[in-house]
Design a protein around this ligand. Structure first.
Ligand SMILES: Cc1ncc(COP(=O)(O)O)c(C=O)c1O
Length: 440
């Protein structure tokens, strides 16, 4: 604290006094006043292994004693080499190569760099255009924000690009389309976006396989991601999967792409890769793309902390822990329990218009009533606040979509939660939903 006992860090919520977190374990955080909070969203969907997982803390401690920084133009480091080998085993492409950064946004920037440079190396420098979807969130650096179909872009519109021009299928429940209609709609949106720019000028399409912070766990219709792959192949466009939220078992497979056997050209990840122990992220790159770089001058674009040994050591331990402790299976099993409970709550509430998601990523869309499906004004912030009163942290996702703001919330508890934890999350959520209904 400062001498005058004031917190001089810039706050996202200057008018609310946030509890001071002092300790955390699994899905629980304790504040200085002794209150226990159940973290059912891992802050922003970060906690794969929960808070302070002993294996990750131990891996960090071991690494702290050995080597904490290397500069990648001067040294390789052992955790980096080991992590790249582990990513190669789990990545949804053959013989993947990796590159590591410190945040999801940085890895999106690296994917943009790679895509543009790849086409330059192949003698097609005019292929620089990017296509992404709305709703979506790909990060807050200006390149990543340009890809994002999200409320966060608004103040920066004058200085960022708008690549988020294709609407994601199933993103507007008011359209009441069948799955087949959503499939046709979603694929047309992607192909039109490429053709409008001219396929010769498009480098890559960016997709969250299952939407995260903006879409609140929108699952695409069967055949959509394979269809996007076919469109990208037809037009010589790279397909980049942003698995910042969906990676590391969150949805009941290692990657969101795995649900549909999708093979992206580049995949980005962050958040759950170290369960918040160290700021860290990365990309996996297909062998075909990587060899184009390795055969030339390599990939020199990155950040000072790219390939940081501390982050690499913790990330490698995350992968080993998820594999050895069967946590992908747990994500599926506990996700089903969570989903069933949320659906039971929704059945008794007019304000939940849809429950969706996969594994331990469950979204609820909030509406005024189930007939019109009109978005509940400020519903995301409202329910999040009422959940907090119950000692439950959920993630608020209001998102502009054409001329409305879709209101939804996300649950994303750690893969290590117990059955009892899930039941307690559901009890607290039910109380929050009931009190929202009573207070309206
Ligand atoms: C899908 C997705 N991509 C990228 C990012 C950016 O990650 P970071 O906040 O670590 O830069 C986020 C953050 O929420 C995200 O949800």
């Amino acid at each position: 604290m400062s001498a005058d006992n004031h917190d001089y860090s810039l706050s996202a919520t200057p008018h609310a006094r946030l509890p001071m977190a002092v300790r955390a374990s699994g899905c629980r955080i304790w504040d200085r006043d002794g209150n226990e909070h159940i973290d059912a969203c891992g802050g922003a969907m970060v906690m794969s292994l929960g808070h302070c997982h002993p294996r990750l803390i131990e891996a960090a401690r071991r690494q702290l004693d050995q080597l904490t920084f290397t500069y990648r133009f001067s040294f390789a480091n052992e955790p980096l080499v080991e992590l790249a080998a582990l990513v190669r085993e789990i990545a949804p492409m053959d013989r993947a190569w990796s590159f590591f950064n410190s945040s999801g946004s940085e890895s999106i920037e690296s994917a943009i760099h790679l895509a543009i440079l790849y086409w330059q190396h192949l003698g097609r420098p005019e292929k620089t255009g990017l296509v992404s979807r709305f709703p979506s969130f790909h990060g807050s650096t200006l390149g990543a924000l340009g890809l994002s179909g999200s409320r966060w872009r608004a103040p920066f519109e004058p200085v960022i690009a708008n690549h988020a021009v294709a609407q994601a299928p199933c993103s507007d429940i008011r359209a009441r389309r069948t799955q087949a209609e959503e499939l046709a709609f979603g694929l047309t949106q992607i192909e039109q976006a490429i053709l409008t720019r001219g396929a010769d000028r498009v480098a890559a399409v960016f997709i969250e396989p299952i939407s995260g912070a903006s879409g609140a766990a929108i699952v695409p219709p069967e055949g959509y991601l394979q269809g996007v792959r076919a469109i990208c192949d037809r037009h010589d466009v790279l397909l980049i999967c942003d698995e910042t939220i969906t990676g590391f078992g969150r949805t009941g497979e290692w990657w969101g792409a795995d649900h549909w056997g999708l093979r992206p050209d580049i995949l980005t990840f962050a958040k759950g890769v170290t369960s918040g122990v160290v700021p860290f992220s990365g990309i996996a790159v297909s062998d075909e793309i990587a060899t184009v770089f390795q055969a030339r001058d390599g990939f020199a674009w990155g950040h000072t902390f790219s390939g940081n040994p501390l982050g690499c050591a913790v990330a490698a331990e995350t992968i080993r822990t998820i594999g050895e402790e069967g946590l992908i299976y747990r994500s599926r099993e506990l996700g089903a329990r969570l989903r069933e409970g949320v659906e039971a709550i929704a059945a008794d509430s007019e304000m939940i218009g849809q429950v969706r998601g996969r594994g331990l990523l469950v979204g609820m869309e909030l509406v005024t009533d189930r007939d019109t499906l009109t978005p509940l004004p400020d519903g995301s912030a409202y329910l999040t606040r009422l959940a907090r009163e119950q000692g439950l942290l959920i993630y608020s996702c209001p998102t502009p979509l054409n001329d409305i703001v879709v209101e939804s919330v996300l649950l994303a508890p750690p893969l290590v939660v117990s059955e009892d934890d899930v039941d307690e999350i559901l009890e607290r959520l039910a109380r929050a939903v009931t009190s929202a209904t009573l207070r309206r």
